[in-house]
Design a protein around this ligand. Structure first.
Ligand code: NDP
Length: 452
């Protein structure tokens, strides 16, 4: 193989920008990874010659399709759906489906790219993918959601399969939406296979899948703290979001003896200085999942708490921050404020919640900072275990799965420490560790396949 000219980081990013115009989230995600990988592959000719990073940063395919559905008033609605299949070097494509008005091809490409590294980090055989639509389930009736999900799956079924691509939930896609999509897949194909994860327990779902992302995020936090002789107990924690990841992260914090003081949604955040205990978390779960209400209602329900409209919680003094809502929700100034207020650890439940400036602030301050691709991998890991159970047609017990989740999060932490340490320093760069460990496994598999 002829040795190609090596480009530097800025030339590489310029090329990514040129090939992906108007896709800032995707370029941001690639840059964050490339900053570490360029350093790592400096002396590794094969990775250069076979253009491995450039190939991972070009999705295997992006499928875009029309989704038509009829609302309750009889209007025909037309929306766009996508499935991004980023890389299947180490296993079938795997990654969630997001229904939210903010969904764009750029957002899904960044998520599928990140997912490739995250899935690799879990140690399970899963490639990276992501999908979604601009559909907003909020304010829609159950029947409208059902008709949308059925229409979405009527195209998606051609591109997925238990050994091809296995989607799961994400923002706006929970148990209800997965149920409707699985039902439609089964109807069209007449097959009962593990084509989706996050399914209900009655039809092939796995125990602890719902809790896994939030719990895993706090396990990762605990692993980082334990390494430096500290503990979760007694910490004051600020959390953003009030969905699946946020509420389960809050639950695990409370179980481990920490005090959670904030939750949020796209309308603002609530601050409860007395602490959001298990009863209050249960109330939020019902509010969000059943009543489909807003977090502002919390301040009306619980005395002593306050609602801060249009604001994020990063100005509240804390020891630990867990961003669990969405991408780019924690900016450079927020990061500086957290550090100034004494925050010692950040574990990301959401995907890419911290912008690049914020990432650099955390790195320079040398606080414990776990990027989403490591800290929130517990969800996809248990999805991987759901795939195994479906293939073997068995169901594991809860205790067994809890132990798997603990072991997998510990394994991810160890891999980050192995690749994120620098000679002569006790500080671990978890971003670098996660990027390199995630990259290496995928890259080595790609080398084995040659140029395909
Ligand atoms: P949910 O839909 O259950 O909850 C999302 C939460 O984030 C809601 O509180 C929502 O508020 C808030 N949110 C969404 N968009 C915005 C925004 N633009 N500004 C402020 N708040 C916003 O989703 P999940 O909890 O499942 O997902 C949260 C994050 O975790 C996402 O980044 C997702 O990709 C990531 N993740 C999820 C996994 C999972 O297993 N579910 C696995 C790994 C990562 P509102 O109701 O107002 O929209």
């Amino acid at each position: 193989m002829a040795v190609t000219d090596h480009v530097n980081l800025e030339q590489f990013i310029a090329g990514v920008e040129k090939r992906n115009p108007g896709q800032p989230e995707f370029v941001q995600a690639v840059r964050e990874v490339a900053e570490d990988i360029f350093d790592f592959i400096q002396d590794k000719e094969d990775y250069h010659n076979y253009q491995i990073l450039r190939r991972i940063a070009e999705p295997d395919r992006v499928v875009s399709f029309r989704v038509c559905w009829e609302d309750d008033k009889g209007n025909i609605r037309v929306q766009r759906g996508w499935r991004v299949q980023n890389n299947n070097a180490i296993g079938p494509y795997k990654g969630g489906i997001r229904f939210h008005p903010s969904v764009t091809e750029s957002v899904l490409k960044f998520l599928a790219f990140e997912q490739t590294f995250k899935n690799s980090l879990t140690g399970l055989p899963m490639g990276g993918g992501k999908g979604g639509a601009t559909f907003n389930p909020k304010g829609k009736s159950d029947h409208e959601v059902m008709r949308f999900c059925q229409s979405f799956m009527t195209e998606l079924y051609r591109h997925v399969g238990a050994d091809v691509d296995v989607p799961a939930g994400d923002i706006g896609v929970g148990a209800r939406e997965i149920g409707y999509m699985f039902g439609q897949y089964k109807r069209i194909t007449n097959q009962f296979t593990g084509v989706l994860t996050g399914k209900g327990l009655e039809y092939g779902g796995s125990l602890i899948r719902t809790e896994a992302t939030g719990y895993g995020c706090v396990y990762f936090l605990r692993n980082m703290l334990t390494r430096v002789g500290d503990d979760v107990a007694g910490k004051t924690v600020v959390i953003s979001g009030s969905g699946n990841v946020a509420t389960h992260a809050a639950e695990k914090c409370v179980q481990l003896g920490a005090k959670v003081v904030t939750l949020s949604d796209s309308g603002g955040f609530i601050h409860d200085p007395a602490g959001i205990d298990q009863d209050k978390i249960n109330w939020v779960k019902v509010l969000k999942n059943k009543a489909r209400g807003r977090i502002s209602d919390y301040a009306k329900e619980f005395k002593g708490s306050t609602f801060h409209e249009g604001k994020t919680p990063w100005g509240v003094k804390c020891d630990v921050a867990l961003p669990c809502a969405t991408q780019n929700e924690l900016l450079g100034d927020d990061a500086r404020m957290l550090v100034k207020n004494g925050c010692i650890a950040v574990s990301e439940g959401a995907n890419m919640p911290t912008d690049l400036e914020g990432v650099h602030v955390f790195k320079e301050a040398q606080i414990l900072y776990a990027p989403g691709k490591a800290a929130n991998a517990g969800g996809v890991a248990v999805s991987g275990l759901e795939m195994s159970q479906n293939s073997a047609r068995i169901s594991w017990k809860e205790a067994e799965l809890q132990q798997h989740l603990l072991d997998i999060m510990a394994g991810i932490h160890d891999r980050c420490v192995e690749h994120g340490g620098r000679k002569g320093s006790q500080v671990i760069d978890y971003v670098r560790g996660a990027n390199i460990a995630g990259f290496k496994k995928v890259a080595d598999a790609m080398l084995a396949y040659g140029v395909v």
